[in-house]
Design a protein around this ligand. Sequence first.
Ligand code: MG
Length: 384
Amino acid sequence: MSVACIIVAAGRGTRAGADIPKQYVDIAGKPILEHTIRAIAASALVDAIQVVIHPEDETRFEGLAAGLDGISLLPCVHGGDTRTASVLAGLQALSAIAPSTVLVHDAARPFVGISEIEDVITATLANRGAFLAVPVVDALWRGEGTLTSVERDNLWRAQTPQAFPYPALLAAYDAFNGDAADDVAVAQDVGLDVIPIQGSDDNFKITRPEDFDRAEKLLKEREADLDIRTGNAFDVHAFGEGDRVVLNGVSIPHSKTLKGHSDADVAMHALTDAIFGALCEGDIGQWFPPSDPQWKGAASEIFLRKAVERASERGFQISHLDCTIICEAPKIGPHSDAMRDRLSEICSTDRDRISVKATTSERLGFTGREEGIAALASATLVKP
Ligand code: MG
């Protein structure tokens, strides 16, 4: 299954007093649209993001997209005069990748949560759509003077994302005439079932002047809640007789081996300790005492997996790992990509968040005399 998300950002609505479309207005230091793109990209279930922009915003959007390090977008497409025309343009642009599921999301809803995005995706079936919505709790009245009560049972306020099987939504839009309030209306028009999924009030659409202040406050609160930690570590193992060394899980032929109780993977030990350090949970020696015979000759990935598991149990994601191996030989450079792949697999972390590098100590000290190998590491952990 592949999932694409269309972000509709072609509107011309401006903030009171500002002369640029509201989705490009900064809140907490970044344009609203950037916050929204980052919120959608945070879900691992979303494979592709298609932003639909107004032709006049091309330069503005290119500047924004250039700052999205690590997030890749499909080439943007131009929207039409109405929301309906803009969504159709986005759907047509997706025909090349033909996702199984498509989400449509408003550019001005930067507060959508990962679990909300994933709830609508998983509720979508081959013949059914789903959308985020909030039950109406206030009493509802229609009219002026003489009022009529509106039954609020089963009444929902629709939000986005709204998710659908891609072929069904594309066919519904192709058949639709006029301008619809949202994608649910278009899907219902061709008889497609759509179910509401409970959303949250935080996923509001920035619309009125006071919404900008509310959004700014909410973003700052969320940033203050973010727990970011850095751990660092250093490890050394001496050389002994042998014909290979294991570094970051990769076996490298060499004229000596590293001595130690486990497989003596000095680099992986440093990374493991850096993660334990960020968690303030002691070090590898406390978790896996060298006096315990069960760790004799053990593969060091057991230690690293334990540190990663502890981080996950504590709610932390591994945002970045960096390791420096200090030795005169063997040469590390030819093996660094294999090490990154291995670490990426063990840590369930993207390879582009893992760095492995090496240096000599200019023939100085114990590493310079080739008596052993040293490793430094740092780990950055983030709890959203
Ligand atoms: Mg060690």
